[in-house]
Design a binder for this molecule. Structure first.
Ligand SMILES: [Zn+2]
Ligand SMILES: [Zn+2]
Ligand SMILES: [Zn+2]
Ligand SMILES: [Zn+2]
Length: 328
C-alpha cells in the first residue's frame, strides 16, 4: 500500500509542473492569474477557449510596421518582437528598433507565435451572417473577401445594406430585378438581359467540378451587376462587381452578341449578320457612393439596327464568359 502512493503523487506533480513553472517565469506579466486557475482545468489541456477581451490589441501588432503579428515572429535579446518582413528590413541597420541590440541576435518568439495563433476573433460581419472565427492576423485578409460584408443596393433612394444573399433576395422581392445564379466562371453561358439592372451570381471557384458538391465555397462567388441602358442608336451594357477589390486577382468579362438578319417579309432573304465581342475589365465596388456614370465606364454597345425585330421585345440574348486572372 505504502509503496504505491509515492509514484502516484509524483505523476500528479509532473502534470502540474508545466503550469507551476510557467507561472513562476511569467509572474510579472500575468500578475497572479496563473495562481488562481483551478488545477483540474489546467490539466484538461490547451483546448479550452478563453473568451478574452483585449484591452489593447496593439500588443498583437508588430512594433515597426504596426501590422498584426503573424508567425514567424522574432524577438531581440530583450524581448522586443517584430514580424518577419520587418526583421529582414532591420537587418541592414543591424539593431533592434527599441533597444538597439544587434539584430543578428534575433530569435524566433515561439510563445508569441502560439499566442497569436490561439487568439480567435469574430468576423466583423458576424451580424450579417458570417460565422467564421479568425486569427487576429487573418482578419484583414478575410474581410477583403468575406461574402457577408454588407453591400449597398444600387436602387435609387434605396438604403438597403446586406450580404450577397440578402441583396439578391432584396433585388427580387423589393425591386423585381432579374437575376441569374447558375453561372460558372470560365464557361460561356447564354443569358437574357433586360433594360435596367440585371444581376449574375457567378461561381468563380477554380475547380468547379459538377460531380463534387463541396467545392463551391461561398468565398468564390461574385455578384455582378449588368446595366442595360437605352442610347440614341442602341443599347449599352456596363458591368460591375458588387464586392471588394482584390489586389491579387482581376475579373474579366467577355460579352458577345451575334445575330443573323433576314427580311421580315421574306424569311429566306438574308440581309446581313452582325457579331460583337468585347473583353471588359470588371471593377469591384461596394456601391457606397452609388453607381459610376456609365459614360466613365467601358460600354458594350449594340446598335438598334441589329436589335430591331428581335424575337424577344424587351430582352437581349447575350453570351457571357467570366474569367479570373492573377495579378501577382
Ligand atoms: Zn512588421
Ligand atoms: Zn530590443
Ligand atoms: Zn466574414
Ligand atoms: Zn433596394
Amino acid at each position: 500500500m505504502k509503496s504505491a502512493n509515492p509514484p502516484a503523487k509524483r505523476a500528479k506533480r509532473e502534470k502540474a509542473a508545466p503550469l507551476g513553472s510557467a507561472g513562476a517565469h511569467s509572474k510579472e506579466k500575468e500578475k497572479g492569474s496563473s495562481g488562481s486557475r483551478p488545477e483540474g482545468k489546467a490539466a484538461a489541456g490547451s483546448e479550452g477557449v478563453a473568451y478574452v477581451a483585449a484591452e489593447d490589441t496593439d500588443v498583437l501588432d508588430c512594433g515597426v510596421c504596426f501590422l498584426p503579428l503573424k508567425p514567424p515572429i522574432f524577438q531581440c535579446g530583450k524581448g522586443h518582437v517584430v514580424c518577419s518582413p520587418c526583421r529582414d528590413k532591420l537587418a541592414p541597420a543591424g539593431k533592434c528598433h527599441v533597444c538597439g541590440i544587434a539584430t543578428r541576435n534575433y530569435l524566433r518568439c515561439h510563445a508569441m507565435e502560439r499566442l497569436v495563433d490561439s487568439i480567435r476573433v469574430q468576423c466583423p460581419n458576424a451580424a450579417h451572417g458570417c460565422s467564421t472565427r479568425l486569427t487576429y492576423y487573418d482578419q484583414h485578409g478575410h474581410c477583403q473577401t468575406c461574402v457577408h460584408a454588407p453591400r449597398h443596393c444600387p436602387g435609387k433612394d434605396c438604403s438597403f445594406l446586406g450580404s450577397t444573399e440578402a441583396l439578391l433576395d432584396h433585388f427580387t422581392s423589393a425591386h423585381g430585378w432579374p437575376s441569374t445564379t447558375k453561372i460558372s466562371a470560365f464557361e460561356t453561358c447564354s443569358i437574357s438581359l433586360y433594360d435596367g439592372f440585371n444581376f449574375i451570381l457567378a461561381d468563380c471557384g477554380e475547380d468547379n467540378d459538377p460531380g463534387t458538391t463541396a467545392t463551391s465555397s461561398s468565398s468564390s462567388r461574385y455578384l455582378f451587376l449588368l446595366k442595360v441602358t437605352r442610347q440614341p442608336l442602341g443599347r449599352s451594357i456596363t458591368v460591375h462587381c458588387i464586392g471588394q477589390e482584390s489586389a491579387s486577382e482581376g475579373l474579366r468579362y467577355e460579352l458577345s452578341y451575334s445575330r443573323v438578319l433576314y427580311d421580315p417579309w421574306d424569311h429566306n432573304k438574308f440581309l446581313g449578320s452582325h457579331s460583337l465581342l468585347s473583353e471588359i475589365n470588371v471593377e469591384c465596388m461596394d456601391l457606397a457612393n452609388g453607381l459610376p456614370d456609365p459614360d466613365d465606364c467601358f460600354q458594350f454597345v449594340m446598335p438598334d439596327s441589329v436589335l430591331r425585330n428581335n424575337v424577344k421585345k424587351d430582352a437581349i440574348d447575350i453570351k457571357v464568359r467570366i474569367s479570373i486572372i492573377s495579378l501577382e
